[in-house]
Design a protein around this ligand. Structure first.
Ligand SMILES: N[C@H](CCC[C@H](N)C(=O)O)C(=O)O
Length: 287
């Protein structure tokens, strides 16, 4: 499946047990026909009142604590089996509620953002995480600097630019910043251009996945960081390379609600231990 171009493998392990191993993830990511940005591994529920426990793996085999685009894909996949429209998932110790609307779009309550330096986490103290000292490019003329940092369950740094987000060599700066010692758990790196009080455009270099066509949690991070620095209001339309998401940072409970589409591509079966894969014949898949 995909969430506005963010390539997602939805793997249903309910009833079969087992875990998708990092080696299996890397093997699947290395093959053109199964390459992905994230795996959403659906396991039997552990928490009272939840439909499933979901583990998220990046294409480098590392685990992630949030995946907005992937969660929308899971909702659509499970909903197409039973007609259920509202779901509650346990994801990295957080309770994530989501619902599919009549038009096929899905809203996900991504929870409340965290802003403390230890929550991001950062390796040293910063009192004001709305803009921290971090830059790339020549000391006297940095290309990107003073990012906002925020946790959506996973770590994000958001750099502000006032021109075309495509005019930055994110493929070069991304890995340097992702692995910067300031981020003990690495970091998702986003370039954001605010275009109005309720709109922005972003591009993201994802932790453990690299350049992707969309990153839902990064859209949440950028929207919250923009509102926090008075660049926008709390309801923003975010344009990503693969499409658009609507982000509402609710006043009443500080939760972030992300709304957008999800799309089915093909189905198959795989061995979660090795990544051995077999694609369903098309007629089966369309059933
Ligand atoms: N693409 C995902 C984010 C994955 C985050 C992962 N790159 C990490 O935090 O390690 C999304 O739509 O939210």
């Amino acid at each position: 499946m995909n969430g506005i171009g963010n390539e997602i493998l939805v793997v249903d392990l309910r009833g079969v047990g087992g875990r998708v191993t990092p080696d299996a993830a890397r093997a699947l990511a290395a093959r053109a026909e199964t390459r992905f940005d994230q795996i959403m591994a659906i396991q039997a529920p552990r928490m009272e009142g939840t439909d499933a426990h979901i583990r998220i793996l990046n294409s480098d085999g590392s685990e992630a604590e949030a995946c907005g685009n992937g969660t929308r894909c899971v909702v659509q996949a499970l909903g197409s089996e039973t007609g259920q429209k509202s779901f509650r998932f346990e994801i990295a110790g957080r309770l994530v509620a989501a619902e599919e609307h009549g038009d096929g779009t899905v809203s996900v309550d991504m929870g409340a953002p965290l802003f403390g330096w230890r929550d991001i986490p950062l390796s040293e103290e910063f009192a004001d995480t709305r803009a921290i000292e971090l830059q790339v490019g020549p000391i006297d003329a940095p290309v990107l600097h003073s990012p906002a940092v925020v946790s959506i369950g996973n770590p994000h740094a958001v750099f502000w630019v006032d021109n075309d987000v495509w005019s930055y060599a994110l493929d070069r700066f991304g890995p340097i910043l992702e692995n910067h010692p300031l981020f003990p758990e690495r970091c998702n790196i986003t370039i954001a251009a605010v275009t109005s009080r309720n709109a922005m455009t972003i591009r993201t270099w994802e932790r453990g996945a690299g350049l992707t066509r969309a990153c839902g949690s990064a859209a949440c991070a950028a929207a919250v960081a923009a509102a926090r620095t008075r660049r926008t209001g709390r309801a923003v339309e975010v344009t990503l390379p693969g499409g658009r998401l609507r982000i509402d940072w609710r006043e009443v409970d500080d939760h972030i609600v992300m709304t957008g589409p999800a799309e089915w591509e093909w189905s198959g079966r795989l061995d979660p231990a090795t990544g051995d894969f077999e694609r369903d014949a098309p007629e089966v898949a369309s059933a």
